[in-house]
Design a protein around this ligand. Sequence first.
Ligand code: 8DG
Ligand code: MN
Ligand code: MN
Length: 372
Amino acid sequence: GCSTPPPAPASSISQYACQRRTTTENRNRIFTDALEVLAESCEFNEMEGRCLAFRRAASVLKSLPAAVQRLEATRGLPCLGEHTRAVIEEILQCGHSFEVRKILSDERYQTLKLFTSVFGVGPKTAEKWYRRGLRSFSDVLAEPGVRLNRMQQSGFLHYGDISRAVSKAEARALGNIIDEAVRAITPDAQLALTGGFRRGKEFGHDVDFIVTTPEQGREETILPQIIQRMKKQGILLYSDYQASTFDVSKLPSHRFEAMDHFAKCFLILRLEGNQVDAGLNNAEGDSRSWRAVRVDLVAPPMDRYAFALLGWTGSRQFERDLRRFARMERQMLLDNHALYHKTKKEFLAATTEKDIFAHLGLEYMEPWQRNA
Ligand code: 8DG
Ligand code: MN
Ligand code: MN
């Protein structure tokens, strides 16, 4: 006879990553890896909307407590469009997606992926080089028309080291080095690990730290002093320091991709093997006693510390959805500097991350639950 479809399970999963607890344990990697290739391919082709849709879908799958084994299991999940469902179904049936395989073997995708893996090379530069007919690093380095900036020169110089993942033990060793520098300069400064390692990741592409001082304004001079000290120690391989352009009266930015205005620096440091408890994560057959590591430092004023810590802890998808949630569900604007209530026309102060979640009416999420 005529059968009615079974009712969709009431979805208890939010469309916002900031309302889903996502640990580093991803049971759906086979799907999320495929979706992230699709997202990246869209990014290379400047299709931002589709890119975001694939990233949102991947993020929802990362939050699931179990692997998806049948397409029906995805019924009622938010952010999964027709295209994503087709990819999931194909992987369930064949073990892989033909569309993803095609992208992975595409010359343009491969070349842009290679070029953007260099520190200082974004999609725009990669595209420019590709359009010149360049396909390899040796093509780029031999091309007289290509002028590398200082960041890109260091990116090529240390490519082998900084394209290799940083381990937790290496992150800890760097934490000790930076902590020692901070102590020597300003004993009452506050230093914390942020980024992926704060979220409990085992490996990262860099190590991120946040530092502040109780004395208002002192935080603006601490980074140049840390850099100076590391230079004297002979461990500074590259440094790009950006002074603060922070303006207290500015409303939080609507644009997610806008960088924050705090004093910060992007570094490449020399890490000695004997400083790392578990040894260096060096390439096989590489007997060097040191490796180069990418390190980011940000120094917000103390009264913005909670906002900066929340912003720099990530993940990027978690941050995007926090801001989207604030705007869409609470009529508030959130960024790395502040939280602003649009209808009340007032700033909401916070000294801890918990304060910010509370202002937003969100359950608190621990850093290791923010791996969206
Ligand atoms: P990974 O390094 O292990 O790959 O992961 P991650 O630690 O999550 O990524 P990241 O690229 O180091 O970024 C960490 C967080 O920092 C991320 O949520 C974005 C945030 N961030 C800002 N401002 C800036 C900025 O100006 N530059 C960079 N590179 N990251 C920033 O909020
Ligand atoms: Mn990081
Ligand atoms: Mn970083």
